[in-house]
Design a protein around this ligand. Sequence first.
Ligand code: PRP
Length: 208
Amino acid sequence: MLNIALPKGRLGDKVYGMLEKAGYDCREIYEDNRKLVFENPVSGVKYLLVKPSDVAIYVERGAADVGVVGKDILLEYEPDVYELVDLKIGKCRMSVAAPNDYIEDMDSTLRVATKFVKIARDYYSSQNRDIEIIKLNGSIELAPILGLSDVIVDIVETGSTLRENNLKVLTSFCDISARFIANKSSFKFKNAAIEDMADKLRQMVANQ
Ligand code: PRP
């Protein structure tokens, strides 16, 4: 039996669709209820529905054998897991954004609002730019609108959140997509099952 941590929401739905097509079905998952664990002993899978940013924690600690997580989370938290397949879905860009009329003052410390503290620090240190981080947990776009920060570092997918809040991308510095990851000891002890799943996912990605 493989325990699979799936991110709840749109990305998780897409990933489940891929796994279902690959033979790891669990029809019960479509039922409208509040259950968080779905099991199909015939397909040999148990799905755990978790918050997207928690997937890597479940997998790193072995509560799940495998999981699907955004590259943004892997870069930010550097969990000790194997990254096996780039699923090429959930694509977005890690970007710096600011109000449409923003002009950067290079003489002052840049105030950066973000939930990706490490990613933002790494990016600005590569630019030799002094910054002050303002850590937020969501609705990051509000920060520069209210003068809480000068810019934000956040993921941009369609760009509509920025547009609707009169913000613009200043630069995009990293491509993000969903990754299939595995717990290191599960990869050793359940190797055939995990490799089999990874191979099927690779095939689906190649045929996309
Ligand atoms: C993410 C991100 C942006 C938005 C970008 O937020 O933080 O706000 O999606 O998508 P777009 O370019 O397609 O508009 P999320 O939906 O994860 O919610 P959050 O604000 O709670 O982080």
